[in-house]
Design a protein around this ligand. Structure first.
Ligand code: DC
Length: 226
């Protein structure tokens, strides 16, 4: 897989971070404020996993899954995601699809198949891209690199709040266990593991809300713009 600097990547803000770190909401908001396009790279891994599941491909069949990734019949339109003309916007957000996405994300052939597709999102408008390896692999010469962190407990609590689940329930314990499991998978895989690059700004959002996190990143952005 190529990790050479991508020639047109300067107008990219790369936001990497673990599951449920709020990076999607934060990245989309920054893209809107700066009038840039937004890439949710995790959606491509989720779509690949869903497509493989629909086609009943064996999870160990790296080559076939990579072929599906290279030819994903996906359309992003008006906030919706269509796979083979079917609206999968909500289905791909399920925990099951997330886990399967994490499973296929370890395959180098799958990552290579999705690399150009991700870079293809960059146009003259500029891009805000979120994922696990935006700064390390996909856009290594991004003008601003952010690495979000927050403890698994805090991220689980945020997710439980969204779902209206009590933190004393068994369901909460399951959410926390799922987040920890996916963290381990994403951080310890051999290819493009989730880890900050040397020139990333680390942003611990444990005690910040979305607005404060967005503001902090915009402050950094203004410094590099000067
Ligand atoms: O960000 P997310 O939860 O939608 O991502 C789903 C899974 O996809 C995640 O567990 C790991 C994988 N992924 C990845 O390996 N690289 C990315 N750039 C984005 C997601």
């Amino acid at each position: 897989m190529s990790t050479l600097p991508f020639p047109h990547s300067t107008k990219v803000i790369a936001i990497d971070g673990p599951s449920a770190s709020g990076k999607g909401t934060i990245a989309a908001r920054i893209a809107s404020i700066l009038n840039r396009d937004y890439l949710d790279s995790g959606a491509l891994y989720r779509l690949t996993a869903l497509f493989a599941q629909q086609r009943q491909i064996d999870w160990t069949n790296e080559e076939q899954i990579a072929q599906l990734a290279a030819a994903l019949p996906v359309i992003f339109i008006e906030g919706k995601i269509l796979l083979n003309d079917l609206d999968v916007t909500h289905i791909i957000r399920s925990e099951e699809v997330g886990m399967n996405a994490s499973k296929i994300a370890v395959y180098p052939l799958v990552r290579a198949a999705l690399l150009q597709r991700q870079r293809g999102f960059l146009t003259a408008r500029g891009l805000v891209a979120d994922g696990r390896d935006m700064a390390s692999v996909v856009f290594p010469s991004a003008e601003l690199k952010i690495f979000l962190t927050a403890s698994a407990q805090i991220r689980a609590e945020r997710r439980a709040l969204q779902l209206g689940i009590s933190v004393n329930s068994d369901e909460f314990k399951q959410i926390l266990a799922d987040i920890e499991k996916r963290d381990t998978a994403d951080r310890t895989r051999l290819v493009a593991p989730l880890q900050p690059v040397a020139d990333a700004h680390i942003l611990d959002t444990s005690s910040l809300n979305i607005e404060e996190s967005v503001q902090k990143i915009l402050d950094w952005y203004q410094i590099i713009e000067k």
